[in-house]
Design a protein around this ligand. Structure first.
Ligand code: MG
Length: 258
């Protein structure tokens, strides 16, 4: 679908409606979601029962509220619209109502043609190869954390936390898509990630399991339990990920104080 709509005008065309997640819907968002739901329809016809929650359509009943499929048809729509690299399909399957209940996570980054997936207790994989759980945090020449990813990088929100980052981060990177950014932490390409605003479950549900199954740490710090963020369409909490517990705690404090 994306390959067939490669021109800037095709990528930027809007449907004129607003999705359940609150953003203006692009035609590519709607078309990507239609492809995913055609597959869900096929699974349902074969006897599988579940519920779906997706960025544009919201909640859709496929016969079982206990199994929840959480979908962002395109995470990083602004990147996809503008021809920038990172934009991804994100699909999570959960056996409950919070991030802690996600049992399967799948992220396909169309910019890098990388396929990330994890099963709870079964490890995380990139393009079929198991990710190393023991990748540690790296530091720049002055001891600060070498590469920290930033999401929801509106300069007004960055302004509120940049002083705290000065002391901790050697370099910042902003990819512009939460799921691919979390996956960079899973592979140890980013040492940590912080979103400056509340992210939605559809953005983070799959990738947060991929990070954890790759030996990383994830927290949704608006909640007292780190993985208590509900699987719905409301942006409840920022997301923080790291390879080391001390860094996770420091970044939680930064995004809560902002
Ligand atoms: Mg999206």
């Amino acid at each position: 679908m994306l390959a067939g709509r490669s021109s800037p005008s095709q990528r930027a065309a809007e449907t004129g409606t607003t999705g359940s997640g609150g953003d203006h819907t692009l035609e590519i968002d709607e078309a990507a979601e239609a492809i995913v739901f055609a597959e869900l329809d096929r699974l349902h016809a074969r006897g599988h029962r579940f519920s779906a929650i997706s960025e544009e359509r919201g909640e859709v009943d496929f016969g079982d509220p206990e199994v929840l499929v959480v979908i962002d048809p395109i995470d990083g729509s602004l990147n996809a619209k503008r021809g920038l690299a990172h934009h991804a399909l994100s699909v999570a399957v959960a056996e409950g109502t919070t991030m802690a209940d996600v049992a399967f996570g799948y992220v396909h980054d169309f910019g890098t043609a990388e396929e990330w997936w994890a099963t709870r207790g079964g490890g995380a994989h990139l393009n079929g190869a198991r990710l190393n759980r023991s990748v540690g945090e790296r530091h720049g020449p002055d001891g600060r954390i070498e590469v920290v990813g930033i999401e929801s990088a509106d300069p007004r929100w960055l302004a509120g936390c940049v002083a705290a980052l000065v002391d901790r981060a050697y370099r910042l990177r902003a990819l512009g898509a939460i799921a691919p950014s979390l996956c960079q932490v899973a592979a140890g390409r980013f040492d940590a990630l912080v979103s400056l605003r509340g992210c939605r479950a559809v953005d983070a549900a799959a990738a947060q399991l991929i990070v954890r199954e790759a030996g990383g740490l994830v927290s949704f710090p608006a909640f007292s339990e780190p993985l208590a963020a509900p699987l719905d369409l409301v942006p409840h909490s920022p997301v923080v990920a790291a390879r080391a517990a001390a860094t996770l705690a420091e970044l939680e404090a930064i995004c809560l104080s902002r």
